[in-house]
Ligand binder design. Sequence first.
Ligand SMILES: *Cc1c(COP(=O)(O)O)cnc(C)c1O
Length: 385
Amino acid sequence: MVTNAILEFEQAFADWLGVSHAFAFWKGRVAIYAILKAMGIGEGDEIILPGYTCVVAVNPIKFLAAKPVYVDIEPATYNIDPDKIEAKISKRTKLIMAQHTYGYPAKMDAIMDISDRHGLPVMEDSCLAVGSTYKNQKTGTFGIAACWSGQWNKTFTTGVGGLATTNDSELGEKIRRLREQEACQPTFKETSLLSLQRMAHRAIVYPQTTAMIQSVFRWLSDKKLVVGSSATSEYKQQYDPAFFKAMGLGQARTGIRAVRRLESNIDHRRRMARLYDALLAERNWPMPNIPDHIDPVLARYPVRVADKAKAVALAAKARVELGTWFECPLHQALVSLEKYDYFEGMCPQAEQAAREVVNLPTHPRADERVARRGVEFVCQIGPAR
Ligand SMILES: *Cc1c(COP(=O)(O)O)cnc(C)c1O
């Protein structure tokens, strides 16, 4: 059942991005699954992706019995290192997943060049990069398709939520048909709980209380009293038809409002990032070398600290909303990474980043005071060497 609000949300997002098709889903990971399945990815196919991602982005590959093949990242932008892609291409490679980590665009020139030379399609994971540009072109418009997330911590939120976008009419038609034929609808309980959560989120979450809210939220989530971002069953790598879920009406209505506010949200995030840049540079913090031709919109502002564990332990007391993305090459995997075909040492840069990087908020509720306190805090911990 695709209602008017959902069509309106999809159209608004497609217009904002400048592409012809957008399809809304219950979550971003469901959009990834829809794209892969519509592309015909199946058993034994290999998918190249950075070894520094969310495990929920790898699950759809596993659900389709395909194989993730990890490539290490560039240390400055945390994105797939194009120089290391070709060595991983085999006869079974079907797709390159380019993720724009934290909001930094991946090196799209080099990636699209490899794509052309090997006849391999590219899917962009733009979940953390809404409005970022690479040589003045928006992320999510380079590859054949892109996925987006409306989860609580992303650039815009629909509670949970996701979108698949494409400029390719044939692929668009396949995604549309797949959704029509196979997607289940969220239950009344799921949509009502989610709308209560959206209300609570607006009312109570602001930087100083985030840590507390998150722990309450996790506890409720474990007790199945809220719609969690990830269900434990998902980590079993077994496809449950309930996973492939359409977007609900309330999410779409929230999404329409979020798209209306998107440009001011993006401007705010750009200002916050510039503020962090300036404050850190003032303190002689070692700054990463970010090329001029990328203009990132950061979902979170990453910093490499000398002692991540200490930073995490002290953050709540210092009233700093410190994020931990990504804690390991496949963030928040609850099972051994080997079950996801990742073996320790595969991506040394990603492993180092996971040990060092914490991140600070850029969202609309964060202001200059939040930035100053965050910078003061990481300076007390000190930079990674
Ligand atoms: C959040 C995220 C996803 C998944 O989005 P959900 O809406 O939580 O399913 C996928 N990839 C990246 C890089 C993300 O940050």
